[in-house]
Design a binder for this molecule. Structure first.
Ligand code: ADP
Ligand code: MG
Length: 252
C-alpha cells in the first residue's frame, strides 16, 4: 500500500520552473535517496512534501489524507489548516544546518517540540528524550549546550529532536553537507541505524556511497525532472541515461 504519493508536482519561482512534473510513490519502510547536481530541485521537492513550499500543480497524499490536489483547470487546493498540521506532524525533517536553540541544553532542545506542539508533560517526554539521546550516542552530552558540540554531534541531536515527535517518515536534506569530512561518518552511521529500524526515509545527499548502501531506490534528478530512478544496483551499476552516468562519474 502506498504511504506517500506525490504526483506530477510542479513548482515555479517567478518564471523559473523548478519542478516540472515530478512524481514519487513510497511504501512504509522504504528508503529513497535523491541525488543530482545542485540547483536541480531536490530541496524544493522535499520542501513541498514538508509544507515549506506550496506546489503549483500536482497532488500530494499521505495514506488516504490529501494534502494538496490540482483540478482539471490547474487550480491547486490545499487541505485545511488542521488537517495539514496533522499531516505535518507525521513527518520529521533534518536539514543541512542543524538549527538548534543555542541557549538551550541538548536535552531541552529535544524536549521542546513534544512539549510545545503536542502538549506532552516533561515527565512523559524525558524517558523518550533520554532513550533517543542514547540511540544517537549523546546521552552523556545531555546537559551540554550546542556550542560545546561538534557539527556531527549537533546533527545527531537534530536527528534525535526529529525522532522525539515520533514521525512516520524522516526527510533529510543533505544532512552531512555542512560537516567536516571526518564528521560525516558518525551522522551517516546514525541514519544507517534508523534504516535498520525500518524507518521510512527520503534522503537528499551528495554521499554517493552512502546512498548506494542504504537506499531501496535511488532517484537521479536534474533540471527539475527525474532523469532516472531504480535500485542502487541499476543506477550505480548500469545507468541508462548518459546524464546519470556523467553525474556519477563526477561524484565517485
Ligand atoms: P537543489 O536542492 O537540487 O540544489 P533547489 O531545490 O534548492 O535545488 O533549487 C532549485 C532551483 O530553485 C534553484 O535554481 C534555486 O535557485 C531555485 N530556488 C529555490 N528556492 C527558491 C526560492 N525560495 N526563491 C527563488 N528561487 C528558489
Ligand atoms: Mg538542496
Amino acid at each position: 500500500m502506498t504511504f506517500i504519493s506525490m504526483q506530477h508536482i510542479e513548482k515555479r519561482f517567478g518564471d523559473q520552473e523548478v519542478l516540472k512534473d515530478v512524481s514519487l510513490e513510497m511504501k512504509r519502510g522504504e528508503i529513497v535517496s535523491i541525488i543530482g547536481p545542485s540547483g536541480s530541485g531536490k530541496s524544493t521537492f522535499l520542501r513541498c512534501l514538508g509544507q515549506l513550499e506550496t506546489i503549483d500543480g500536482g497532488t500530494i497524499t499521505v495514506d488516504e489524507d490529501v494534502l494538496a490536489s490540482t483540478d482539471a483547470q490547474g487550480i491547486v487546493t490545499y487541505a485545511d489548516k488542521s488537517k495539514a498540521h496533522d499531516i505535518l506532524l507525521r513527518m520529521g525533517m533534518v536539514f543541512q544546518s542543524f538549527n538548534l536553540f543555542p541557549h538551550m541544553t541538548v536535552l531541552e532542545n529535544i524536549m521542546v517540540a513534544p512539549r510545545m506542539v503536542k502538549g506532552m508533560k516533561d515527565k512523559d517526554i524525558l524517558p523518550i528524550a533520554e532513550r533517543l539521546l542514547t540511540k544517537v550516542g549523546l546521552w552523556e552530552k545531555r546537559y551540554g549546550y550546542p556550542s560545546q558540540l561538534s557539527g556531527g554531534q549537533k546533527q545527531r541531536v537534530a536527528i534525535a529532536r526529529a525522532l522525539t515527535m515520533d514521525p512516520e517518515i524522516l526527510l533529510f536534506d543533505e544532512p552531512t553537507s555542512a560537516l567536516d569530512p571526518e564528521l560525516t561518518g558518525e551522522v551517516l552511521k546514525t541514519i544507517k541505524g534508523l534504516a535498520e529500524d525500518h524507518m521510512t526515509m527520503i534522503i537528499v545527499t551528495h554521499e554517493m556511497n552512502f546512498a548506494r548502501d542504504v537506499s531501496d531506490r535511488v532517484i537521479f534528478m536534474a533540471d527539475g525532472i527525474i532523469q532516472e530512478e531504480g535500485t542502487p544496483e541499476q543506477i550505480y551499476g548500469n545507468p541508462t541515461s548518459p546524464r546519470t552516468r556523467a553525474f556519477l562519474e563526477s561524484m565517485l
